[in-house]
Design a protein around this ligand. Structure first.
Ligand code: B12
Length: 211
């Protein structure tokens, strides 16, 4: 099982075959799970391009998301086993209210779990008040939010304000990511940090956690 084949399976939306293929790459060939993750992400990038070029439509995108989910069923434990640095910092993860994109968020979540963080994934379309309640309940010190729509980036500000109102803003670090964002916009919306991709995101989060 070579890496090109894994990339190809994502591009061709082979939702029924991907789990076995990832398993084979891990068990048979003993491939590095992080290289497998790279191969899958490369496939997802190509799917995104095909959508923009109108070669793929919404159905294909949804299928691509399902394919990634299936792959992660077997990849996740391998990623976790490969990175033993246990850090029990609590992180709340979610996609902002009004936004139903979760593929990037899920990749970040998998990497965070693999790095040993204690993760509370609230899913997508998450209301600011739900985030505030979860901070109170868990004592999480980091919030990582995804926003893929220009229309929903303002929600980051809403979360920032809601945390302030609850008197929690100084006890948490807020990091955000997603295509419409950059460091400058993130800071303007009240976030503490921004990262371009999930791998860099984990690096930033480790820094925010003081590791
Ligand atoms: C897949 C997809 C969908 C799928 C989502 C499936 C799912 N479960 O997520 C579906 C079909 C549901 C969808 C729907 C819509 N979509 Co859409 N979608 C995409 C697409 C093609 C790929 C997004 C993706 O998953 N990329 C792959 C992942 C891995 O990348 P990523 O999300 O950027 O995440 C990486 C980084 O950004 C970062 N990251 C992400 N989050 C975070 C968080 C933190 C804390 C950190 C540190 C890092 C980080 O790390 C990730 C991995 O490295 C993009 C176009 C594109 N090429 O990006 C459009 C796109 C985002 N969609 C778009 C639109 C307009 C829509 C719809 C409004 C379409 C419609 N007419 O209905 C709806 C909106 C529904 C809603 N309310 O959210 C536009 C947004 C335009 C804009 N700027 O506002 C885009 C850009 C397409 C376009 N060019 O027009 N979409």
């Amino acid at each position: 099982m070579d890496f090109e084949k894994l990339t190809e399976l994502v591009i061709e939306l082979e939702v029924d075959d991907i789990e076995a293929a990832v398993k084979e790459a891990l068990e048979g060939d003993g491939k590095d799970p992080f290289d497998i993750l790279n191969a899958l992400t490369k496939g997802m990038d190509e799917v995104g391009k095909r959508y923009e070029e109108k070669e793929y439509y919404l159905t294909e995108l949804v299928l691509a998301g399902e394919t990634m989910k299936e792959a992660f069923k077997v990849l996740q434990p391998a990623l976790a086993a490969a990175d033993q640095s246990q850090d029990k910092t609590k992180i709340i993860l979610g996609t902002v209210k009004g936004d139903n994109h979760d593929i990037g968020k899920n990749i970040l979540g998998s990497l965070l779990l693999s790095s040993g963080f204690e993760l509370y994934d609230l899913g997508m379309d998450v209301d600011a008040n739900v985030i505030v309640d979860k901070v109170k309940e868990t004592g999480a010190t980091i919030i990582a939010l995804s926003s893929l729509l220009t229309m929903t980036v303002e929600q980051i500000k809403t979360v920032h304000e809601a945390l302030k109102e609850a008197g929690l803003r100084d006890s948490v670090k807020l990091i955000v990511g997603g295509a419409p964002l950059n460091m400058e916009l993130a800071k303007r919306l009240g976030a503490d940090d921004f990262a371009d991709d999930a791998v860099d995101g984990v690096r930033h989060i480790k820094e925010l956690a003081g590791k």
